[in-house]
Design a protein around this ligand. Structure first.
Ligand code: ATP
Length: 254
């Protein structure tokens, strides 16, 4: 579904990414992890074609992403940024805008409206449908932005820190929804996360970025205290409780 091959990116002469290669399949939940400034958002933006890599290719379903028209790209890839600005439109209208790549006439089709209704339901936003975006909370807005990407019906859904404004209950709820979407709709979900333990709980595959490169990638077996300590520069323990593993930072008493 997604193949990134030898991607390099620089902001002028400041190299941010080098030799980034990985593949991910339909139906997977992949998390991109690493310290602040490691290049995670830059990688996601290169995949979404918002930034142009210096070299390397991004293949979507075997086709070079550069060969897609913007219209085709928006039917294949949806991107939820870390920060977003809002217009004075309602929650309903904002989500409906996600259907834009599917519009065939001036009036939304019944399918467009059904998808919006479905998204309002899935994301628990029905009661806010006719509120303006500046009249809802930051966490609610975050859900709206994800719901808008969902109705776009992409094959690849890219999300940059989608749970950073949410309380714990909503963090888990949104990750559960994303996981369900990856499984049921066979979408490839690629998410930047900072919470290692939530990433471990929900992801099928992990990509750790450090010093411009992929430091480690793989399934849960790559999560070791040594690897995490090297990536984040913090001493940690990896503890097992039943089938689950947890990363616990070792912090000396203050
Ligand atoms: N527009 C820009 N111009 C120049 N440098 C930039 C620009 N955007 C980001 N950078 C730099 O590129 C590097 C990677 O940034 P990026 O936002 O990809 O990191 P990140 O891993 O997503 O970080 P965070 O976890 O803090 O969001 C950082 O050193 C950042 O300062």
């Amino acid at each position: 579904m997604l193949k990134v091959d030898n991607l390099e990116f620089s902001f002028k002469d400041f190299q941010v990414l080098s030799g980034i290669s990985f593949e991910a399949r339909r139906g997977e939940f992949v998390s991109i992890l690493g310290n602040n400034g490691a290049g995670k958002s830059t990688l996601l933006k290169c995949i979404a074609r918002l930034l142009k890599p210096k070299s390397g290719v991004v293949l979507i379903d075997g086709k070079d992403a550069n060969s897609f028209s913007l219209h085709q790209l928006s039917k294949n890839v949806a991107y939820v940024p870390q920060r977003y600005t809002t217009n004075r439109i309602t929650v309903y209208e904002a989500i409906l805008l996600g259907r834009k790549p599917h519009f065939t006439g001036l009036i939304p089709s019944s399918e467009d409206l059904e998808k919006v209704e479905m998204a309002l339901d899935i994301f628990g936003l029905k009661h806010l449908a006719f509120r303006y975006l500046d009249e809802i909370s930051g966490g609610e807005l975050q859900k709206v932005v994800i719901a808008r990407a969902f109705v776009q019906e992409p094959k690849v859904l890219l999300l940059d820190e989608p749970i950073n404004n949410l309380d714990l209950k909503n963090q888990i709820e949104v990750l559960k929804i994303l996981k369900k979407l990856s499984r049921q709709e066979e979408i490839l979900v690629v998410v930047i996360l900072h919470d290692l333990n939530l990433a471990i709980r929900f992801s099928d595959w992990f990509i750790f970025i450090k010093d411009r490169k992929i430091f480690a990638s793989g399934g849960k077996e790559i999560i070791t205290a040594d690897m995490i300590s090297k990536v984040y520069g913090v001493d940690v323990k990896v503890e097992k409780h039943g089938d689950e593993i947890f990363v616990v930072p070792i912090v000396a008493a203050i």
